[in-house]
Design a protein around this ligand. Structure first.
Ligand SMILES: Nc1ncnc2c1ncn2[C@@H]1O[C@H](COP(=O)(O)OP(=O)(O)OP(=O)(O)O)[C@@H](O)[C@H]1O
Length: 299
């Protein structure tokens, strides 16, 4: 069953079209990574789903209902980011108490255990937390809310590496015990790809790809070898990314769409290797075909 249905959703901020007739259906009880470059429209989409914004056109439905200004959706959806706002007079302890009062599935034990594990002071004010501690506390709030739809928008902003690892582990453990629909946006796909079942790749306000992580990894392959041979082999083929390696070698990433094409590369003695899901996402959403190296090259 689907939990989110977006049909031709556009969102325009003054003159900026952040989402452009985006359509997507997201199935329930999956962890979906929402991936895209800066400014692609990820936060806008997630806030529309959470009911914070209204689409400029098109329709978005969550649990079959329009989410904007909808208390049913608010009770069953939690949106976590580093800008999460709580009333400034509430201590961390008060915020967790309010979470328990509001969310029907709130897990008090989980909240308490995570709170103690990360050594928070119950009397502290949210506004006085450091950037990483704010993200950590918000993550505790988001997991403990145990909402049927849980949205994490760049949840690890400011967290140090060890806390990020703890967060991902806590997320997956809690998800296994209590499967629910989780949307997780991150610029660090390499860190989260083991958690994800599906990836929603956003480019310029539209869905570029929506597929399983296994399908994503299968979309492209790398071919490397002598520059002349690689160049000859690549003539007339679509190239997603290329760079020089040393003085005589060239590395290309191409769509993994033909075994025949790869067989030819093997015959020429070129090396074929896999490409990480994270790199594939970068190449698919890149408008330039080279990398930053091109800025420094004379060609
Ligand atoms: N309140 C706003 N007013 C005007 N433009 C906005 C507003 N919010 C977002 N935008 C613009 O809409 C586009 C999409 O922004 P959005 O925050 O959704 O992208 P994003 O994919 O989450 O980016 P990032 O990865 O950098 O957080 C950007 O061009 C951004 O500048």
């Amino acid at each position: 069953m689907s939990v989110i249905q977006a049909e031709k959703v556009s969102k325009i901020y003054r003159h900026k079209k952040a989402l452009n007739e985006l359509s997507v259906t997201i199935d329930e009880k999956k962890i979906t990574g929402v991936i895209g470059r800066n400014g692609a429209g990820k936060t806008t989409l997630l806030k529309l789903i959470a009911g914070f914004y209204k689409p400029s056109s098109g329709q978005i439905k969550v649990f079959g209902q329009v989410p904007f200004n909808n208390i049913n959706i608010s009770l069953n959806t939690v949106f976590v980011d580093d800008l999460m706002y709580f009333p400034t007079s509430l201590t961390l302890e008060d915020i967790l108490k309010e979470g328990k009062r509001f969310y029907p599935n709130w897990d008090e034990k989980l909240a308490k255990n995570l709170f103690n594990y990360f050594s928070f002071n119950p009397r502290q004010l949210h506004q006085n937390l450091s950037k990483g501690m704010k993200s950590t506390f918000n993550m505790i709030f988001g997991l403990s809310a145990r909402c049927e739809l849980t949205i994490f928008d760049e949840p690890t902003t400011g967290m140090d590496e060890s806390v990020r690892k703890d967060f991902y582990r806590a997320l997956i453990k809690d998800y296994i015990n209590h499967p629910r629909s989780i949307l997780l946006s991150s610029h660090h796909l390499n860190e989260i790809e083991d958690l994800l079942e599906d990836v929603l790749l956003i480019k310029e306000g539209k869905v570029e790809k929506h597929l399983s992580i296994a399908e994503l990894k299968d979309l492209a392959v790398a071919v490397q070898g002598d520059t002349e041979l690689v160049t000859e082999w690549a003539t007339g083929k679509e190239v997603l990314f290329q760079k020089s390696v040393g003085t005589h070698s060239r590395y290309l990433v191409v769509p993994n769409d033909s075994e025949k094409k790869l067989e030819k590369a093997r015959v020429l003695g070129l090396q074929i290797s896999s490409v990480s899901a994270s790199d594939i996402c970068v190449y698919l959403t890149e408008s330039r075909k080279g990398g930053i190296d091109d800025v420094f090259s004379d060609n």
